[in-house]
Ligand binder design. Structure first.
Ligand code: MSP
Length: 508
């Protein structure tokens, strides 16, 4: 099965914050997971550079927009790298391949008769890069960015979105899982049912952007340029190979709720007009909130994800961002919360379990683990169904639920070790077999857990497998099962997976 996963491409008008890291981490977990299942995966992320908000920041710094985006490019490219994201391509909308593709795409919708010239007048929020109705503004300000909207009046090229209302409604009725979660599907569908307004796909008052093929005095409106990245990347990511045949329309778009309309309404209509199939699925997630407000640069409550990684390491940040807030909903995030989970769940539940297990194998069995799989074992029951449950939840983008399902097993293994008390069993020579069975079960259960966790916390997963004498590269999903551990030798007490981090405010 082809599985193509995308993040939104991020505006480079400032440096990355934890909200951007959030979507990239989620997409990476899905990409890694489907690779574990042997699927044909392509994972795309990147940056959206032709925004007016970018041109403005450049001007404020006395730079040409291109100079500015080239200077900040490395900071943004570093984000997926530091998050340990396994994206197959990184797109910049200033790439020549993308710009050419956008022109071709726009020409197609023009040729389809869906473009006409008109005058647009309305309130515009530069933060959203979107026109706003009076009703959407609060005291003339954008409720998301809390900045004043600007009045814009221009002669532009318009896309006949209104002509697509019926087709979009039919599409939504035929594909009830087009947009997830269901409440977001309903939101998008009601927006369509409420009547669609044509929208401008070009800007006259700006030079920064992709020029309109039939009217070079205008540039493409940033969204008419940006959305197309999901398709353009497939056309030029691998020179000599057109990945569209393999991955379009098998795409799963991940996006925040702020950009639902562009993705769930405008994008399918643009695709239909240009003669492409619509995406397989769109998953809309919520916001990470800090003090109940969206984390964003304009609100000044930014957490730099790279700072958090410096202090806690990348896996704890990946773990916390999926676990702290139920994926799909809004939720509050705090550094205290990260610290608390680091100590209680990662260091205690998981780290100590590995330390105890390996230390006991080293001490009581001289590092030699005999193969002792038994269908009667409590761990056999504990691990049963883990693989299918987690896979099922990830098929529904329930990243938080899938992780909790894995954690049930982690907690179960901790209960098991306490109940079995192998340190007591070890005192009695005649109970050697029981001791071996318990330690085998712990090592084997932990291996299954490590494979299940590989998409969430890949470095930790590899360390666990290596400490247990397993091959860290053998993480095929079929290994999320009981009893696959063969006899092993040379197991030594593992060093702590999560060393103490002192002050919870260290990263603030
Ligand atoms: N450039 C557009 C997207 C174009 S996609 C064709 C854009 N960029 S953005 O930099 O503003 O980032 C938008 C995305 O970043 C959101 O949709 C979401 O995925 C992520 N997030 C930004 N802030 C966020 C939070 N506070 N919480 C969770 N995700 C957030 O819009």
């Amino acid at each position: 099965m082809a599985y193509y996963v995308t993040t939104p491409i991020y505006y480079v008008n400032s440096t990355p914050h934890i909200g951007h890291a959030y979507t990239t981490i989620a997409a990476d977990i899905l990409a890694r997971h489907y690779r574990q299942r042997g699927e044909d995966v392509f994972f795309l992320t990147g940056v959206d550079e032709h925004a007016s908000n970018v041109a403005r920041v450049a001007a404020a710094q006395g730079l040409e927009p291109k100079e500015y985006v080239d200077r900040i490019a490395d900071v943004w490219r570093d984000l997926p790298r530091r998050l340990n994201a396994t994206n197959d391509f990184y797109i910049r909308t200033t790439d020549d391949g993308h710009k050419r593709f956008v022109q071709d795409f726009l020409q197609r919708i023009y040729d389809a008769g869906d473009v006409y010239q008109g005058v647009y007048a309305g309130w515009y929020c530069v933060g959203c890069e979107a026109f706003k109705t009076e009703a959407e503004l609060v005291d003339g300000r954008c409720p998301i960015h809390e900045t004043a909207a600007e009045w814009i009046e221009e002669r532009n090229w318009f896309f006949r979105l209104s002509a697509y209302q019926e087709r979009l409604l039919r599409l939504y009725d035929e594909r009830i899982d087009l947009v997830l979660p269901a409440f977001r599907y309903n939101e998008a569908r009601s927006f369509i049912a409420g009547g669609l307004q044509d929208f401008s796909i070009s800007r006259a008052g700006q030079r920064w952007g992709v020029s309109i093929p039939w009217d070079p005095d205008q540039v493409a409106y940033v969204w008419a340029d940006a959305l197309v990245n999901y398709l353009s990347a497939l056309a030029y990511a691998r020179p000599g190979e057109d990945l569209r045949d393999r991955f379009w329309p098998s795409v799963r778009h991940l996006l925040g709720k702020d950009i639902l309309r562009f993705h769930c309404v405008y994008w399918p209509a643009l695709l239909l007009s240009a003669g492409y199939q619509v995406p397989r699925q769109l998953f809309v997630h919520g916001f990470l909130l800090l003090d109940e407000r969206k984390i964003s640069k304009s609100l000044g409550n930014v957490i730099d994800p790279l700072d958090l990684i410096d202090v806690y390491g990348v896996d704890p940040v990946r773990f916390w961002s999926t676990r702290a807030v139920s994926f799909g909903h809004d939720g509050s995030a705090s550094i205290e919360g990260l610290h608390e989970r680091y100590e209680r769940e990662l260091a205690n539940d998981l780290g100590n379990l590995l330390s105890r297990t390996t230390a006991m194998i080293a001490r009581y069995l001289e590092g030699e683990l005999p193969a002792r799989a038994s269908d009667d074992s409590a761990v056999c029951t504990l691990v049963a169904g883990l693989g299918s449950d987690v896979a099922g939840r990830l098929d529904e983008y329930d990243l938080t639920g899938a992780l909790e399902r894995i954690w049930e097993v982690v907690r179960g293994l901790n209960r098991y070790v306490d109940a079995q008390a192998p340190w007591k069993v070890a005192e009695d020579e005649s109970r050697r077999e029981e001791l071996e069975q318990t330690l085998y079960d712990l090592a084997d259960g932990l291996s299954a857990v490590a494979v299940a966790l590989a998409s969430y916390i890949p470095e930790t997963s590899a360390r666990i497998l290596a400490a247990l004498g397993a091959d860290p590269d053998e993480i095929g999903w079929e290994r999320v099962a009981y009893g696959l551990t063969p006899a092993r030798t040379g197991i030594a007490a593992a060093s702590p997976l999560f060393p103490r981090v002192d002050a919870p405010t260290a990263a603030a």
